[in-house]
Ligand binder design. Structure first.
Ligand code: B12
Ligand code: SF4
Ligand code: SF4
Length: 306
């Protein structure tokens, strides 16, 4: 047997701000919150100024590495093998609901998991263990946790979303900038005036009053984006070759499989237009990519003033 309270302590000693175990079918899931740093540079030309802080370092990989360390300890303590103790990070499990059932937060109107103390600036990860939950632990039952009481009359996330993507039934992925920023293809013209990102939108998250105390995130350097790189340099590399452009992101959060690199390039082209750094070279990039970005050459986009 294993004492899951000890597991929770291991995670908390290793940077996780909260963690708790729940019964998950025949297994036990320890869900945990990983707070990330929020600072980002402000220089207009720096590419990193337009990347959300959660992606400026590879927080997912860092969290996974720390979960793996705890998983090894659990295996040893419980005499289990590798397949019986598995970590999950951005998995197919409903991670927010799992954390809510575990009692370490609740889902707000933004649909994000809010920790009463740490707010919304956390990533969720965990460890799934092939052992039945101990008596007294709550169980995941799949139903969406209720949010209304904890949010009350607040609707700041809804009002902060520039494209009206948050509704009664959650987030409309066809409008959400975070979602569009990682998928290639044309951006609906009506959304272009709101496009101010290379990757990662966070306005709904930043607006949440539960995050007003910035208690700091875990300090690490895994997969750090070079803050001296400019958007112009990104585009220059793209003009050299697509491989060179992709190589730029090796090891960073932008290299994750769910982010299409052509989407990143398109985002850079939109920003370069909005910031007035759209030159002959950028046009060459657009033509080079088989007219994929032809929309961006012809359409009117208001300048971005920073
Ligand atoms: C797909 C996805 C997205 C999509 C869709 C998000 C959405 N809200 O629908 C897009 C690309 C838009 C997105 C955006 C972001 N995401 Co995202 N995303 C995911 C991912 C990979 C899968 C989510 C999913 O669709 N699961 C399947 C469905 C069935 O489960 P679910 O969404 O968890 O829903 C359950 C409950 O939450 C609840 N529920 C669902 N909708 C609603 C609505 C209301 C009103 C209520 C009360 C409950 C509720 O019922 C469901 C069934 O139990 C998760 C990782 C994961 N595995 O959970 C990360 C995840 C949710 N994302 C995360 C983050 C951080 C973001 C961003 C803030 C990005 C950023 N800049 O940092 C934005 C925020 C936008 C937003 N307001 O949600 C974190 C959230 C951490 C947290 N503290 O909540 C997660 C958990 C990743 C992680 N491992 O940390 N994301
Ligand atoms: S991530 Fe941005 S676009 Fe998506 S729901 Fe939040 S504020 Fe709206
Ligand atoms: S901003 Fe307000 S409504 Fe939105 S999740 Fe936070 S508390 Fe709830």
């Amino acid at each position: 047997m294993i004492d899951f309270r000890e597991t929770v302590e291991w995670l908390k000693e290793d940077g996780f701000c909260d963690a708790a175990a729940i019964g998950f079918g025949e297994k036990t899931a320890v869900t945990a919150l990983f707070p990330y740093r929020l600072e980002r540079p402000t220089a207009v030309s720096a590419a990193a100024s337009y990347i959300d802080p959660f992606a400026l370092r590879n927080n997912y990989r860092e969290m996974a590495a720390r979960l793996k360390t705890a998983a090894v300890k659990i295996r040893k303590a419980a005499g289990l093998n590798k397949s019986e103790v598995r970590i999950f990070v951005n998995s197919s499990l409903p991670e927010k609901a799992a954390a809510a059932f575990a009692g370490i937060g609740f889902c707000g109107k933004s649909t994000l998991l809010i920790s009463p103390l740490y707010g919304v600036n956390t990533l969720i990860g965990g460890i799934l263990i092939s052992l039945p939950a101990a008596d007294g632990l709550s169980r995941f039952d799949g139903a969406p946790p209720s949010s209304a009481a904890r949010c009350g009359a607040c609707r700041r996330c809804i009002d902060a979303c520039p494209v009206g993507a948050i509704g009664e039934n959650g987030v409309d992925r066809s409008r959400c900038l975070q979602s569009l920023a990682s998928r290639s293809g044309a951006v609906p013209a009506e959304l272009l005036p709101h496009w101010d990102i290379l990757y990662g939108c966070s306005r709904c998250r930043d607006a949440c009053p539960y995050s007003r105390f910035n208690l700091g995130g875990v300090a690490h350097h895994r997969g750090e984006i070079d803050e001296s790189e400019t958007i112009g340099e990104w585009l220059q590399t793209a003009a050299e070759s697509e491989e060179a452009f992709c190589a730029r992101f090796k090891g960073t959060a932008l290299a994750m499989s769910w982010i299409d690199k052509r989407a990143l390039l398109r985002n850079a082209v939109i920003l370069s237009r909005r910031l007035g750094i759209f030159n002959e070279e950028t046009k060459r990039v657009c033509r080079q990519y088989k007219n994929e970005f032809s929309q961006l050459l012809s359409v009117d986009i208001p300048p971005l003033l920073r």
